[in-house]
Ligand binder design. Structure first.
Ligand SMILES: NC(=O)c1ccc[n+]([C@@H]2O[C@H](COP(=O)([O-])OP(=O)(O)OC[C@H]3O[C@@H](n4cnc5c(N)ncnc54)[C@H](O)[C@@H]3O)[C@@H](O)[C@H]2O)c1
Length: 260
């Protein structure tokens, strides 16, 4: 199997995109740590996936903005499965406001989850990957790593920032066999997106249907949402691609919304 014996930590994997990546990895033979703010949901997802197998999964409570919690989660991974081969830094939230209305506390919360979370999990995993002679780090970017949309200053800033972190890790990690790449999905129907539809409709003064058709899918080639499976397939490919030929890259999965 493609990821036989590999060990992966996936943050924010109790729900949405992360949960589907976890399923694909377990089915490919990897052991997976579901690291999420929501302990019960993480443990429930881990039990569900362990029952599917062949890989095993455990749930770990982790707030990715808390250095001690991140370090404890990575230590628990190594204690349980003996190594860390793959990090998928995926935990994320969305908060939308116009810049002039954006509460500073919300701006800092967004940057903390998306950027501090990516940095802290990377920092904790890299020493293990170096000691093992390699690893794959995958950051969950977004089309908003390349494009901007109104109301999303914090999200767009953070998602652009992940490209920089990935490129630096690609350079620092190259001689150690550590690859770093970014997946950039278009809109995917998860709780994160469902929450935004009524919020954007209210802020922009348009109907929810218009938010979906025009704001979310208007620039795609076919008016279709990207699916959690689409993103998980790319995450599986990147985790299993074992040379530095693919590092420091971003992979956009968006029905043609962003091309480049
Ligand atoms: N859904 C989309 O359209 C879309 C598009 C592009 C990128 N993304 C990115 O994909 C990632 C996953 O999003 P999703 O749509 O699956 O959302 P989701 O809401 O379904 O899942 C996010 C998970 O992250 C967890 N989480 C939130 N804050 C956390 C924290 N501080 N520490 C640990 N876990 C935390 C939540 O508990 C939840 O389980 C995010 O980084 C998001 O920005 C999503």
């Amino acid at each position: 199997m493609k990821l036989d014996g590999k060990v992966a930590i996936i943050t924010g994997a109790a729900s949405g995109i992360g949960a589907t990546i976890a399923k694909h990895y377990v089915e490919a033979g990897a052991h997976v740590v579901i690291a999420d703010l929501k302990r019960e949901a993480a443990e429930a997802k881990a039990s569900e996936l362990s029952a599917i197998g062949p890989g095993k999964a455990i749930g770990v409570e982790m707030d990715v903005t808390n250095e001690d919690a991140v370090n404890a989660g990575v230590a628990k991974t190594v204690e349980t499965f003996g190594r860390v081969d793959i990090l998928v830094s995926n935990a994320g939230i969305q908060i939308v406001h116009r810049i002039e209305d954006f509460p500073f506390a919300d701006w800092k919360k967004m940057l903390a989850i998306h950027l501090d979370g990516a940095f802290l999990t990377t920092k904790a995993c890299v020493p293990h990957m170096k000691a093992q002679g390699g690893g794959a780090v995958i950051y969950m970017g977004s089309v908003h790593s390349h494009e901007a949309s109104p109301l999303k200053s914090a999200y767009v800033t953070a998602k652009h920032g992940l490209l920089g972190l990935a490129r630096v890790l690609a350079k620092e990690g190259g001689e150690h066999g550590i690859r770093a790449n970014v997946i950039c999905p278009g809109f995917v129907r998860t709780p994160l997106v469902d929450k935004q539809i009524p919020e954007q409709a209210a802020t922009l003064g348009i109907s929810e249907e218009e938010v979906v058709k025009k704001v979310m899918l208007g620039e795609t080639v076919d008016g279709e949402f990207t699916t959690v499976e689409d993103v998980a397939e790319v995450a599986l490919f990147l985790a299993g691609f074992e040379t530095n030929a693919l590092t420091g890259q971003s992979f956009t999965v968006s029905h043609g919304w962003h091309m480049g």
